[in-house]
Design a protein around this ligand. Structure first.
Ligand code: GTP
Ligand code: MG
Length: 255
């Protein structure tokens, strides 16, 4: 894959998610309008992409094709990150300093999350991403608060017959994140007791994703901290053709 020089001022969308989910496949499709063989990524990659012709961004509704402002409003930066557990620092760096980031696209393999190991891996990663967004929001110094960062969960590989439909991907992830949250809180408590720290209570609160209490975690709890979470299915490869239309629609909505 070749790299293009890209102006950093373009609105960006960061791709996160477990290894093998299809992040680079999507970026490649966006760049070339054709699928290509991908390999496990070891470094981040940014490409300058243009919305497909069939989609009009919200910001360009009152302009017409041919108008330079209309054309400019269709451009964006797709930022691919490696999903491997040992390479997540690239993604963490993007999250820590999201300059001109309009949204996060968390890609999951909808067939991989049908089994427990795949589901837990995705849920742990997603938990950490959402917690980072929550901390960013609650820790913001300005009175206006930081700009909201929406999250799209792109349930990929729907061409596979073992893939969970998007609504089940959503429910499964919410359930698994509830468990992740519980076990992380327990781990924190145990280590806090061992160390006898004074502000354990505060720490526990800060590390708790979503609403307090014993209820289950639900994605809509993230709205309180400026993040709407949307789940949309698709497939980059396979089937009769790629189907990533609903992801582009989501991107256009936030561009
Ligand atoms: P890392 O770089 O390791 O984080 O993974 P990634 O998320 O970039 O995954 P990548 O895009 O390399 O895709 C992993 C594999 O899944 C590749 O063999 C792709 O061809 C395949 N793949 C991607 N999208 C689809 C899809 O929609 N359907 C099917 N059947 N396979 C897909
Ligand atoms: Mg990759």
């Amino acid at each position: 894959i070749y790299r293009k020089q890209t102006p950093t001022s373009l609105p960006g969308f960061v791709l996160l998610g477990p290894s093998g989910a299809g992040k680079t496949a999507f970026v490649t499709l966006a760049e070339r309008s054709a699928v290509a063989q991908t390999h496990t990524s070891t470094s981040p990659l940014a490409i300058d992409a243009i919305l497909p012709d069939t989609i009009v961004p919200t910001s360009a509704h009152y302009r017409s094709p041919g108008d330079p402002a209309y054309e400019r409003a269709r451009r964006l930066l797709l930022q691919d990150t490696p999903g491997h557990g040992k390479l997540r620092h690239f993604a963490a760096a993007q999250l820590a300093n999201p300059i001109n980031v309009r949204g996060i696209i968390f890609v999951v393999d909808a067939a991989a999350v049908a089994d427990e190991a795949g589901l837990n891996e995705a849920a742990e990663y997603l938990h950490d991403v959402l917690l980072a967004l929550q901390k960013r929001y609650t820790g913001a110094k300005t009175s206006k608060g930081p700009k909201e960062i929406p999250v799209l969960i792109a349930a990929n590989k729907l061409d596979l017959f073992t893939a969970l439909p998007p609504h089940l991907v959503k429910i499964s992830l919410e359930r698994a994140i509830s468990e992740v949250r519980k076990s992380k809180a327990k781990g924190l408590k145990d280590s806090g007791v061992a160390m006898g720290g004074e502000d354990d209570g505060l720490d526990e609160e800060r590390e708790w994703l979503g609403e307090g209490g014993d209820g289950p975690f639900e994605f809509r709890q993230m709205e309180e901290v400026g993040t709407t979470v949307t789940v949309k299915g698709g497939n980059v490869i396979g089937g009769d053709a790629a189907d990533v239309q609903s992801w582009w629609e989501w991107i256009a909505e936030h561009l």
